[in-house]
Design a protein around this ligand. Structure first.
Ligand SMILES: [Zn+2]
Length: 62
């Protein structure tokens, strides 16, 4: 997903690393940006799915 603050693409690995210091790891629903440290609510699964579909459609157009 993309960070709402700095606009950089966050990988699941990066998010997990940034979240490691969080005491509620695995329990909190916030995603911490590894670049700027901005915390935001996790992207819902259905939204992620929609983004993937949109990306695929753009790729097939080319
Ligand atoms: Zn960020």
């Amino acid at each position: 997903m993309t960070c709402g603050m700095c606009g950089r693409e966050m990988t699941d690995e990066g998010i997990q690393k940034a979240c490691r210091g969080c005491a509620a790891f695995g329990g909190c629903r916030l995603v911490k940006c590894p670049y700027c440290g901005y915390e935001q609510p996790q992207q819902p699964g259905w939204l992620k799915w929609l983004v993937e579909i949109a990306k695929r459609k753009q790729e097939t157009k080319r």
